[in-house]
Design a protein around this ligand. Structure first.
Ligand code: DNO
Ligand code: MN
Length: 368
C-alpha cells in the first residue's frame, strides 16, 4: 500500500509539506486545486505547478481529491455534456503528470454533512459530529426558508451565505430527481469518462455519501454494498473504481464494513482507502474519534488486516482527525491527529506484513 496524506495547497492549508515530510512512511500527497469551480477544466499550468511543488518536497502526486462534479451532470441537464468534456480534459491533464487515482463524490448540493464542527470530547480534543435530531428537524420542504433565514431558520456548517444564491435554485431542481434518475446520470457520466480514464491509466474512485443516507430530502446513491456493486457494474472496468471510506460507510449501522472491504478487494475495485473511526450514540448521533480500535465502532485493525491479506497495492490515507494540542486547522484536517492516525495504520500494516511473510519483528528491525 501507499500511505498518503491529504493537503489542500499552500494557500488553503495551515499544514505545510515540510511538516508532513516528518511523518514517517507518508510517501504521497493527495492533492487538489481547491479554488477551482466544479465544471472547469483544470489548467495544465496549475496542475504542473502543484506537481512541481509536491515532488520538490520528495512526495509523489498520484492521487487527486476531489475533482468535483458539476451539478448539471448530477441533474442530467443538457449542459452536462460540456461539463463532462471539461472533466475528461482534466483527467487527461492530470494523467500527463502521473496521477493514477481521481477521487470524487456524487452527492447532490452538499458534500459531507455535520451539525457540529468542534464537539468537545472528555479529553478536550474536538471533533466533527452529526446530531441526527438536529439535522432531521430540518424538514426538506422548509429547507429553502431555513436557508434564506425564514421562520426558525438556522445555519449548519458549510452553508456559507455566498453559496445561498446558487443553493436555492439547486434545491428546487433536485425536487424532481429520484435516486433512480441520479443513478442514471452517474452511469451517463461514467460511460463517457471511464474509457478515457482507462486509456490514460487513471482510476476514477467514487467516495461514499457522508452520511450514507438521504439528507434534507436529497437523493443519495452511494450508501451501501448494493449501491457500490451497482456502480462498479454500470461500467464494468477497473478504471471505474471505489474509494472505501470507513468513517462514511461506517456511519450506517446496517453497513458491514468487513464484508464491504472484502467484497471489493476481492473484485479488485478499490483504488483508494480512507481510514477513520467514529463512535455511535444510542440516539443515532455519531462523532469522529481517534483512529485506534478502542476509540470508536469501526474495526480498524480488522480492516487493515483485510487490506494486508489481499496485498492491497493502492493508496491509503488517514481521514479526518481530531483537533488536539491546541492546533488550529481546517476541521478534520489538522496535522497532529492525522499523523498519529498514519502511524497507527502503518504500525498495524507492518505487523500484519511480518506475520504474512513469516518474519519476526526482530528480523525486520535488524534488516532496516
Ligand atoms: C469524508 C471526506 C470527504 C471526501 C469527499 C470526496 O469522509 O473524505 O470530504 O473527501 O467527499 O469527494
Ligand atoms: Mn472519506
Amino acid at each position: 500500500m501507499n500511505m498518503t496524506l491529504r493537503w489542500f495547497g499552500h494557500l488553503d492549508d495551515s499544514v505545510t509539506l515540510k511538516q508532513i515530510k516528518q511523518i514517517p512512511k507518508v510517501g504521497g500527497i493527495v492533492g487538489t486545486l481547491n479554488d477551482l469551480k466544479a465544471g472547469e477544466a483544470w489548467p495544465l499550468s496549475r496542475i504542473r505547478a502543484l506537481h512541481r511543488e509536491v515532488t520538490l518536497e520528495g512526495f509523489s502526486l498520484e492521487v487527486i481529491e476531489s475533482v468535483n462534479i458539476h451539478e448539471d451532470i448530477k441533474l442530467g441537464l443538457p449542459s452536462r455534456d460540456k461539463y463532462i468534456e471539461a472533466y475528461i480534459e482534466t483527467i487527461r491533464r492530470l494523467a500527463s503528470v502521473g496521477v493514477k487515482v481521481i477521487c470524487y463524490n456524487f452527492m447532490p448540493v452538499f458534500d459531507w454533512t455535520r451539525s457540529d464542527l468542534a464537539k468537545v470530547l472528555p479529553d478536550k480534543s474536538t471533533v466533527l459530529a452529526y446530531e441526527r435530531a438536529k439535522v432531521e428537524a430540518i424538514d426538506p420542504n422548509s429547507l429553502l426558508s431555513h436557508l434564506t433565514g425564514g421562520a426558525g431558520g438556522f445555519s449548519l456548517p458549510g452553508w456559507e451565505p455566498e453559496r445561498l444564491q446558487e443553493i436555492v435554485p439547486l434545491l428546487e431542481a433536485y425536487q424532481h430527481i429520484t435516486e433512480e434518475q441520479l443513478f442514471l446520470n452517474l452511469t451517463y457520466f461514467l460511460e463517457k469518462t471511464v474509457p478515457v480514464a482507462a486509456e490514460c491509466g487513471v482510476k476514477l474512485a467514487i467516495h461514499p455519501d457522508d452520511p450514507p443516507w438521504p439528507v434534507f430530502g436529497l437523493p443519495r446513491i452511494v450508501k451501501n454494498k448494493s449501491d457500490l456493486i451497482r456502480i462498479i457494474e454500470a461500467v464494468d472496468h477497473p478504471s471505474n473504481s471505489l474509494t472505501l471510506c470507513s468513517g462514511s460507510l461506517g456511519a450506517s449501522l446496517t453497513n458491514d464494513l468487513s464484508d464491504i472491504f472484502q467484497t471489493f478487494l476481492e473484485r479488485d475495485r478499490v483504488a483508494f482507502v480512507h481510514l477513520r473511526n467514529i463512535r455511535h450514540e444510542p440516539n443515532g448521533d455519531f462523532y469522529e474519534t481517534a483512529h485506534c480500535d478502542e476509540a470508536g465502532s469501526v474495526p480498524m485493525t480488522h480492516l487493515i488486516k483485510l487490506l494486508s491479506t489481499y496485498n492491497y497495492q493502492g493508496f491509503i490515507r488517514p481521514d479526518h482527525g481530531r483537533m488536539i494540542w491546541g492546533e488550529k486547522a481546517r476541521p478534520g484536517y489538522g496535522l497532529y491527529d492525522r499523523a498519529l492516525g498514519a502511524m497507527y495504520i502503518q504500525g498495524q500494516w507492518d505487523s500484519f506484513a511480518n506475520q504474512r511473510e513469516g518474519r519476526s519483528e526482530y528480523e525486520t528491525s535488524r534488516n532496516a
